[in-house]
Design a protein around this ligand. Structure first.
Ligand SMILES: [Zn+2]
Length: 252
């Protein structure tokens, strides 16, 4: 179970939540102080563990999460049990987007990668806040658009690009969000993320390792040469990064 601590209303737009936890979620940091004051009493910090399932496909979504650290993977799960990752969310975003438009379920599973923290908000409370907090709604809709764009690109990537390129793209996207050079990634988990066989992951990781881009030992990937890893990834990584940059500059 997630460990919960209280969140107090900050007097100013502080990067701390009053309990000494640094606020890093970009949606929260973008809000005007009036909206902060309404939102803060409804939030609680939760700590989540590696591989914890936050939402199971088809279950009622009871809470939304403003991601503060770590990485949340969105998986498309088939009745056979096979899965493939279709989206990644880090501190730039929010998990539970169906709630923003009044939906309470989703066909996807959300799994935690690495130890993560998030500010949890009850589904009813969030929906009640969207009326008096228009900027919160705007920011969540914008993030939803970014995630949809990322998902579209990943759908193309999963069909069009080699496992080796996709693995490099995936490590980069994970690195951006986890912000550590050591990533706790088992072969089995990677094969679920990439929707491919474990043997394919082993071969692809071996290619990247022999080229000196990563080291890959049981359960751990270490990034050794990030610029070369960007060269080895398919163009999907750059396309997503550039579009987010363009949209951010259009709304500044
Ligand atoms: Zn790709």
């Amino acid at each position: 179970m997630a460990k919960k601590t209280s969140v107090r209303v900050p007097r100013t737009k502080s990067p701390n939540d009053g309990d000494g936890n640094k606020i890093r979620n970009l949606v929260l940091l973008s809000l005007p102080s009036k909206e902060y004051a309404r939102l803060w009493p409804k939030l609680e910090l939760v700590r989540l563990k590696l591989h914890q399932v936050l939402y199971e496909a088809g279950e009622t979504i009871k809470s939304g999460y403003f991601v503060n650290s770590g990485l949340f993977s969105i998986l498309a799960v088939q009745p056979s049990g096979k899965s493939v990752e279709v989206g990644l969310i880090g501190k730039e975003g929010f998990v539970g987007l169906p709630l923003v438009v009044g939906f309470r379920s989703s066909p996807t599973r959300v799994v935690i990668q690495g130890d993560a923290t998030a500010y949890r908000c009850d589904a009813d409370a969030l929906q009640q806040l969207l009326g008096p907090c228009p900027e919160l709604g705007q920011q969540l809709h914008r993030f939803g658009q970014k995630l949809a764009m990322q998902t579209t690109q990943i759908a193309a990537c999963n069909r069009l690009h080699d496992v080796e390129e996709r693995l490099a793209r995936w490590i980069l996207m994970t690195h951006d969000r986890i912000e550590a050079d050591h990533l706790p990634l088992t072969q089995e988990f990677l094969s679920q993320m990439l929707g491919t066989r474990r043997s394919s992951v082993t071969v692809s990781a071996g290619v990247l390792q022999r080229a000196g881009l990563i080291s890959y030992t049981r359960g751990n990937v270490t990034i050794l040469n990030r610029p070369k890893l960007e060269d080895a990834a398919c163009e999907c990584y750059g396309i997503v990064q550039q579009q987010i940059k363009d949209w951010d500059s259009e709304t500044r």
